[in-house]
Design a protein around this ligand. Structure first.
Ligand SMILES: Nc1ncnc2c1ncn2[C@@H]1O[C@H](COP(=O)(O)OP(=O)(O)O)[C@@H](O)[C@H]1O
Ligand SMILES: [Mg+2]
Length: 362
């Protein structure tokens, strides 16, 4: 029902959306996740034309909304948007807030708008608040009213941009359960959220946004259990990264081990894990690799996943093909064999650093 082709949104100094193409089907409930600044809000705002795309085309129900002759008000009525900050009118009661757009924009009678408004207030569990002003409500209640107000327009698509992130933690649940009910009702929805368990529970599809677009698109199971691409894995597994380059045997290893200790401390790795990370750097990189390189150039990336509680160390180096772990009876090798759960070596075809080693630590 929504088709997006080569969507681009450029601001003067950033281009959050470089080239987005996708199709959203009727009844899809899509969780949009990803690091901040990756264009999640921009994508939602382009879909309902709150932002004008700088290139590309969008169709809703076969009608091209990016066509300059398209009546954007009509399209927007099909798409409701719920914001982080509620945006209720403070000088109007709850029921007036909900009745406003249906009366003004859809030409409904006040009675009709009132009846529908009360029905929606019941749905969000706030019928008793109809005559209150927004100021008299908690954040969670305001957001439930904002959702009711969006539904009053009977939109075909609902776009929610971090609907619970401005709320006190005690109120997140009440808003999430309203959204969950909505998601179960067959409405097409896109929801930007940082609450992963919630995202997973309500959606049938996930967009992970990064690098200027939808970096990975899949079912909740695919994205949350078996993410395929590197950035998705790092995000889902909450991986933290420490990277350094060793370009001389006079490298300041004391400072490096200080940095590794800090990294482990900050990420609360188990003591055993931080010892193993140190050992890999010391035994593999410093004892086995460094001495055989004439003009060393070694790039090391330590990656720790708080979710999987494991570490991965990726080492790239110049020089001849590395066969370090095949040397028998070497102390360093036996130490390494005791702590590595997976070892991968590859001789790359091109580049300066053609030895690639990836080890996973127990
Ligand atoms: N109106 C704007 N003018 C200029 N830059 C903007 C504007 N809106 C967003 N941006 C920039 O675009 C990038 C993506 O923003 P946004 O879509 O809000 O990301 P997200 O919602 O994923 O955190 C950010 O770098 C942000 O600073
Ligand atoms: Mg945002």
């Amino acid at each position: 029902m929504i088709k997006i082709e080569h969507l681009q949104k450029k601001y003067s100094n950033v281009t959050p959306l470089k080239d987005v193409s996708t199709e959203i089907n009727d009844g899809d409930v899509i969780s949009v996740i990803g690091p901040s600044g990756t264009g999640k809000s921009t994508l939602l705002r382009c879909i309902n034309m709150l932002e004008k795309p700088t290139a590309g085309r969008i169709w809703v129900d076969g009608e091209e909304i990016t066509d300059p002759s398209c009546d954007i008000r009509k399209i927007r009525q099909k798409m409701g948007m719920v914001f982080q900050s509620f945006n209720l009118f403070g000088h109007m009661t709850v029921i007036e807030n909900i009745m406003l757009a249906p009366v003004k924009l859809l030409g409904k009678s006040r009675q009709e708008a009132y009846d529908k408004g009360m029905e929606l207030l019941h749905m969000v569990g706030l019928a008793q608040k109809e005559m209150n002003y927004p100021d008299e409500l908690s954040g969670g209640q305001k957001q439930r009213i904002a959702i009711a107000r969006t539904l009053a327009m009977d939109p075909e698509v609902i776009l929610l941009d971090e609907p619970t992130s401005a709320l006190d933690p005690t109120m997140v649940g009440e808003v999430q359960s309203v959204i969950e009910e909505l998601a179960g009702s067959g409405k097409t929805m896109m929801i930007v959220t940082h609450e992963m368990a919630f995202a997973r529970a309500i959606c049938n599809r996930v967009f992970f946004m990064d690098e200027g677009g939808i970096y990975e698109d899949g079912t909740p199971e695919e994205i949350f259990e078996h993410p395929v691409r590197e950035n998705t894995q790092r995000f889902i597994w909450k991986s933290k990264i420490l990277e350094f380059d060793i370009k001389s045997s006079n490298y300041d290893f004391r400072a490096l081990f200080g940095e590794i200790d800090n990294f482990c401390l900050k990420n609360r790795t188990a003591l055993k894990m931080s010892n193993h990370i140190r050992l890999v750097v010391e035994e593999m990189v410093i004892q086995l690799m460094l001495p055989v390189l004439e003009d060393p150039d070694i790039n090391v990336t330590i990656e720790y996943s708080a979710v999987k509680e494991n570490s991965k160390v990726t080492v790239k180096s110049n020089g001849h093909a590395f066969d370090g772990l095949r040397i028998e009876n070497d102390l360093a090798v036996s130490v390494l064999k005791g702590i590595i759960s997976d070892f991968h070596y590859e001789r790359l075809d091109e580049g300066e650093l053609r030895n690639l080693i990836i080890v996973e630590l127990k």
